[in-house]
Every structure is written in structure tokens, then in C-alpha cells.
Design a protein around this ligand. Structure first.
Ligand code: SF4
Length: 407
């Protein structure tokens, strides 16, 4: 049995350093994916500069925000706002940053609006980019639709091309569905043909508005994911077309670090802080902000009214915090993968199992299968090849990799 996870911010212990600020500049998205969990994606409201002054003046001086922090602009399509909006916003944040704090910016985008002007902004501010694309057109367009019902592939693909022409590194996030797992050759061809260097696979999940994922409670889907990843990696070997896959990299790091202190950023208060365009604030899994649940309140107040200490007191007194802790204890005492997982994502536990005080989810079973596939592959490969492959997957030097494992 693994030891229970060490949690920060309990009793006299200080909170750990914040690694990620997820900021929603607008809830609006210009497309309408069938599996999207965002409840407010038709609203065109935006984070005003007046409110941004208030928010960042406080956030950047939270005791947990120090040395280095990544700001991800997300939860709506960030590029629906004009380039000049971000010019002004990035400058505002720079002006408000205390000495010694380095702020990095990141966009998670559907890629449909990337223009040369965006490429210039991305280069000027050295922004990390993640583009959501689900593979070739016939797979991408099944779920990632424009608001008029047409597929969005051509627009996203043109966005990728612009980034590449400008020499901007990026990673892609591909949502794996039943259909895409059945087409692994086409998926690998797509990444290789388009010179995509770094891939993050997200399994279609049951969260927020997407309450009907076809993967929930399905042993067959579990086996399908394992088989997909295994054959995807094998094929990339056979063809000598190595690709970097986040799930492989993170499994490898977890295996290598097994036995060290277990950390789970989504289970610790303030490691991840999420703020919406009205100034409402949340912590733990970033997708919780804006979602509703009969058992929990995910919003811990508004940054217009509250200071860090007041927000922290609300978090620590919340049933969400207590249940996340109970869930970690259950994971620690029942799951053989706890030592590499650290207890999973509270958002997935809540929306699949009804409570954060629970264990297995689709998301964590994909992590288990990724670990299985990596261990098996290391065993199967000749030692010299295995060593080279491990080194390649964990090189950590790819400028295309996400700044944070979640995005
Ligand atoms: S793999 Fe799932 S059940 Fe196991 S520790 Fe992680 S979240 Fe808990």
C-alpha cells in the first residue's frame, strides 16, 4: 500500500507554490464541439481591463504565486478576442508583476482563427501554444463543428500551417473517441505528414455538459485505449517515425519517480488557480470553475471582494476539500497505481462517480493503461533501443511541449 498523499495548506503548513493560473478572457467559443463541457460558450462577455487590474493586482501577490507561474488563457476560445486585447493584457500583467516573478503565457486554442498577426504576437511574447485537433478531417469533423454545422478541420489545419510557416513550435491536443481509436494508422499518418512533434491524447470524458461520454464504465473502451496506444507506438517504431506523446512521457516520469514524494496538483489548494471573466475564483481541477453540482460549490468567491486569506479559509472549510482528501485516502489504500498517479483528477471523480470521495474514473484508467503500455514496451524492446526510446520520450527539451501537463 502506498502512503497517503502529502497535502499542503493543512494546519500550520504553508500552501505550495502555484504553478498554473487558468484565466478565462471570455466564455465564448466560435465553434461548437459535440463533447464540449463548457456551459456558457455562447456568451460574449469578456474580462475587462478594469477588472483585470483588480484581479492581477491581487493574484500576482498571492503568497502562493512566486518565482515562476504559467498563465493559460482558456475556457472559451481565447483567439476570438482581438490581438490588441492581449497586447494590452500582457503589458498590464507585466506592469503588475512584482520583482522576481516570471510570468509565462500559454494559449489553448481551436486554431481556427490563427492569422499572421497572431503569429507575430505569439513570437513577440514567446507564448506557448496548444492547438486542439483530433486527427485527419474525417475524424476531426465528426465532433469539432463550426456553429453552422460544417466541420472546422480546414480552418484549424490552416492555423497549424501558419504557425509552422512562422516557425512557431506547438503541441496538439487530440480528443480520442471510439472512431479515432479504430483508425490508428490514419492518426499516425496525420501527425507525421503534418510534422506534428508533440501530441497530448485526451479521452472523451464525462464532465459538465458532456454527460454522455461513451467511455464511462466500459471495460471494452479501456481495452480499446490500451490497444490503441500500444499499436500506435509499435507502428511508429516499425516506421521509424518516433512521436512524442504526453501520456507516454508522463507515465515514464511517474515510473522513474516512483517512491519519491507523491504530488497531485489537482488535489492541492492553490497549486492551480482558475479565474473566470467575472472574477470568480476556484482551485483544484481547472474545469470545475463555472460548472454546477448538487453536492459542491466550486466557486470560492470573487476577487473583486475577497483577499487571499478569505478565499483560503473558504477552500479549507469546504466539503470539496474534505472529499478530495477522502478520495485520496481511498485511492492510497485500494489502488496499485497510486504511487504513480497520486489520486487522480477531482473533476473526473465528481462528474463520473458523483463525489470527489471516490476512486476510479475513465481518466485514471487511461493513465493506468498508459503505464502498463510503457512498462510492457520497455520490457519488449532490446536494451539499447529501450534506453534510447526512454531518453527520447523524456528529453523534456521539446519547445513544442506544453508548459503544464494539463494543457
Ligand atoms: S489510478 Fe485512479 S484509482 Fe488509482 S490512484 Fe489514480 S485516481 Fe485513484
Amino acid at each position: 500500500m502506498s502512503p497517503p498523499l502529502k497535502r499542503s495548506g493543512v494546519g500550520d503548513m504553508p500552501f505550495s507554490q502555484t504553478s498554473l493560473l487558468v484565466v478565462q478572457p471570455t466564455p465564448f467559443c466560435n465553434i461548437d464541439c459535440s463533447y464540449c463541457y463548457l456551459p456558457d460558450r455562447s456568451s460574449k462577455k469578456r474580462l475587462s481591463f478594469e477588472l483585470a487590474q483588480v484581479i492581477f493586482r491581487k493574484l500576482l501577490r498571492f503568497p502562493t504565486v512566486r518565482e515562476l507561474v504559467t498563465v493559460v488563457w482558456h475556457a472559451g476560445e481565447p483567439l476570438v478576442l482581438p490581438v490588441k486585447y492581449y497586447e494590452q493584457m500582457f503589458q498590464l500583467i507585466k506592469d503588475l508583476s512584482p520583482p522576481g516573478l516570471h510570468v509565462r503565457h500559454s494559449f489553448q486554442t481551436n486554431g481556427t482563427l490563427i492569422s499572421d498577426a497572431w503569429c507575430e504576437l505569439i513570437q513577440k511574447w514567446n507564448i506557448n501554444i496548444g492547438v486542439s485537433i483530433d486527427g485527419p478531417a474525417e475524424l476531426h469533423d465528426l465532433h469539432r463543428k463550426q456553429r453552422n454545422g460544417a466541420g472546422s478541420f480546414n480552418l484549424t489545419h490552416e492555423g497549424l500551417r501558419r504557425l509552422q510557416r512562422a516557425g512557431i513550435p506547438f503541441h496538439v491536443i487530440s480528443v480520442l473517441t471510439v472512431e479515432s481509436m479504430a483508425k490508428l494508422e490514419q492518426m499516425l499518418d496525420f501527425y507525421v505528414d503534418n510534422a506534428i512533434e508533440y501530441i497530448c491524447f485526451n479521452i472523451e470524458e464525462q464532465e459538465g455538459l458532456n454527460s454522455r461520454s461513451r467511455f464511462v464504465n466500459s471495460a471494452a473502451a479501456d481495452a480499446r485505449y490500451r490497444s490503441f496506444l500500444e499499436r500506435f507506438l509499435d507502428l511508429s517504431f516499425q516506421r521509424q517515425q518516433p512521436v512524442l506523446v504526453r501520456e507516454v512521457e508522463s507515465s515514464m516520469r511517474a515510473i522513474q519517480g516512483h517512491g519519491a514524494e507523491i504530488r497531485n496538483e489537482q488535489a492541492e489548494p492553490f497549486r492551480i488557480i482558475s479565474v473566470d471573466s467575472d472574477g470568480n475564483v476556484s482551485t483544484f481541477s481547472p474545469e470545475l470553475l463555472g460548472l454546477k453540482h448538487e453536492r459542491y460549490d466550486f466557486c470560492f468567491g470573487n476577487l473583486r471582494d475577497l483577499e487571499f486569506e478569505q478565499i483560503a479559509a473558504r477552500v479549507m472549510e469546504s466539503s470539496l476539500y474534505a472529499d478530495i482528501g477522502a478520495g485520496l485516502q481511498q485511492c492510497a489504500s485500494t489502488c496499485a497505481y497510486y504511487g504513480v498517479c497520486g489520486g487522480g483528477a477531482p473533476a473526473n471523480k465528481i462528474f463520473e462517480n458523483g463525489s470527489a470521495a471516490s476512486t476510479e474514473t475513465v481518466h485514471c484508467r487511461s493513465l493506468m493503461r498508459s503505464v502498463d503500455v510503457v512498462l510492457d514496451l520497455i520490457d519488449r524492446l532490446p536494451p539499447d533501443l529501450s534506453t534510447r526510446w526512454v531518453a527520447h520520450q523524456t528529453q523534456g527539451a521539446s519547445s513544442a511541449a506544453p508548459l503544464h501537463p494539463i494543457f
